[in-house]
Structure formats: C-alpha cells, structure tokens
Design a protein around this ligand. Structure first.
Ligand code: HEM
Length: 277
C-alpha cells in the first residue's frame, strides 16, 4: 500500500527512518502477493463454477468436489450453495481492489459502488455458508465447523460496523472496519493458502487426510482470520507512531509471513486450483 503514513519516534534510529522504509516495503510485498493470490483464486472460481452454473443452474454442483454442494430436493440449500460460490467471485475479486488507496482517491464513485456490492456479497456469502455448515455439514469435524462459523459471525459484525461508519461519514473508523472485514472475508483464502503452504513445507504434519481433522487444521481454523486480524491491528498501531525497533520487528514478521504466503499461493495454484480448471 502506498499510503502508509508512518511516524517513527526517531530517537533510536539506525539510519534515519529505516524502520518506516522497511515497513513500507513489507506492506507493499504483502499487498502484491495477496493481490496475485486472490486473482489466482478468482480465476479458479470463474472457470470452475460460472460456466456449469450458467448452463445447468443449481444442479451444476452435483458431482463436483463439494460435499455440501448439492442435495436432491433441497431447493433452499442448493440455492445457498450456488449463491455462495457465485458471490465468492465478488468477495475475492473485489476485496484487494478496495484496499488500493490510488483507486479509492481517484475513483471514489467506483470505490463506493464496489464497496456496497462487496459488503452485500460478503454478508450473503457468510449467511449462506453458516446455513450450509449447520444444515449439511462439510469437510472436517465440529471444531472446524465452529471456527469457520466464528469467521461468518465476524464478517457480519465487521460489515455492519464498516457500513455504520461509512453512513455516518466517519471515514477513518470506516476504513479500519472495512480492512477488518477484508481480513475476515478473505479468511477462506488464507485457509487454502495456509494449508497448501504447510503441505508443501511439511507434507501435512498434524493433518488426518481421511477425516480432514487434526491439530494443524484446528490451529489453522482460528489462524485463518485471527492471525491476519492481529497483524492488521499491529499495522494500525505502527501508523499511530512507534519506535524504529518495533517498526523493524513488524516488517520482519510481516515479511516472513508473506514469504510463507508466497509458498502457499504457489502450492494452492499449482496443486489445487489449476488442476480443477
Ligand atoms: C465470505 C467469504 C467466503 C468466500 C469468498 C467463500 C468462498 C467459497 C468457495 C469458493 C467455495 C467453493 C470451495 C472451493 O471450490 O474451494 C466455498 C464453499 C463453501 N463454503 Fe465458503 N466462502 C466464504 C465464507 C464462508 C463461511 C463464513 C462459511 C461458513 C460459516 C462458508 C462455508 C462454506 C461451505 C460449507 C462450503 C461448501 C464446502 C463443501 O461442500 O464441503 N464459507 N466457499
């Protein structure tokens, strides 16, 4: 992100404002990787779900890789599943664009229109997802169902707060809640990238592939949104003004996480998304 107004306190500088520069590069690296990874997931969603749904409606999900995708006679559940995967394109494609300060400043009307569409898509997706998990189940055990449900609830809360502050024209607060909404709405992307990165690096330690349960998946179930949200709060803190030392630790931590994310993006694209396209 280019608007990263850091205010290093400056009394411990190694080189003047080196921490601010490091943080700016670390945030830019994170953003570019997140953008590329979201585009890869978006391409997968558009290629795998849109053409069959356009041709066959909700029945297109029958026989696909989604255990909770289609049930004969369950019209509401099938609509929820179909709407969920179609709206995923708006959430995954729109989210990274909303974070771009240049777009926000130069095309404010586009930012507002996409913002409204994004919030609606995220809210409907979250409600549909909660409905699917608790009426049809999905891969994994009850802990995974609870952790993804926690994400669904956070999406609803953050969407309400981002909208509330936008309507009240409190733009600083709106921006903070909208960024929290992005992290929660992209948790399913962080999950896939985190999972595939782990498989590439460890071969899947802590995962029982038969039942799709295991300690790593429980940790990832929470980390898919709590870790990005924690890093975001730290980013907000650095913007309020912190020491050079803290800026360097923040930059180092974010860079290590971004490198892990890069491995995960490559592994998810090569091992999960491209083969299904
Ligand atoms: C709003 C952000 C979300 C997006 C963008 C999203 C996206 C997706 C996508 C693309 C799929 C298809 C799976 C694939 O091919 O990889 C999917 C499936 C699914 N999602 Fe979400 N999702 C979101 C939130 C949620 C939430 C909050 C829940 C639950 C509370 C949820 C529950 C499900 C379920 C149950 C499936 C079907 C999986 C199966 O058949 O086993 N999603 N989602």
């Amino acid at each position: 992100m280019t608007d990263f107004p850091l205010h290093a306190s400056g009394d411990l500088p190694m080189t003047p404002r080196s921490g601010a520069k490091a943080a700016r590069y670390a945030v830019a690296l994170w953003y570019v990787l997140a953008l590329v990874g979201h585009l890869a997931f978006l391409a997968y969603i558009l290629a795998v779900f849109y053409p069959p749904i356009a041709a066959h409606g909700t029945a297109a999900l029958e026989g696909m890789h989604l255990p909770a995708g289609f049930r004969e006679g369950d019209i509401l559940g099938n609509l929820a599943a179909t709407g969920h995967v179609l709206l995923a394109a708006i959430v995954i494609g729109g989210g990274p664009l909303q974070l771009l300060p240049a777009l926000r400043n130069r095309l404010p009307r586009f930012h507002r229109a996409l913002g409204r569409t994004y919030v609606m898509a995220a809210v409907i997706s979250a409600i549909g997802g909660l409905y699917m998990v608790w009426t049809r189940g999905t891969l994994g055990g009850v802990i995974s169902h609870l952790t993804i449900s926690g994400d669904g609830v956070l999406i609803l809360v953050f969407a309400a707060l981002a909208t509330y502050h936008a309507v009240g024209r409190r733009f600083a607060a709106h921006r903070r809640w909208a960024m929290r909404l992005f992290m929660a709405a992209s948790a399913v992307w962080f999950f896939r990238v985190g999972l595939m990165g782990w498989m590439a690096l460890t071969g899947g330690v802590g995962i029982d592939f038969e039942s799709f349960t295991g300690p790593f998946l429980y940790v990832l179930g929470f980390a898919q949104y709590l870790l990005p949200l924690a890093m975001l709060e730290w980013y907000f803190r650095t913007q309020r003004g912190v020491s050079e030392g803290e800026l360097l630790v923040f930059s180092g931590t974010l860079t290590v996480l971004s490198l892990y994310m890069a491995v995960g993006i490559f592994a998810a694209t090569a091992g999960m998304w491209l083969p299904r396209m």
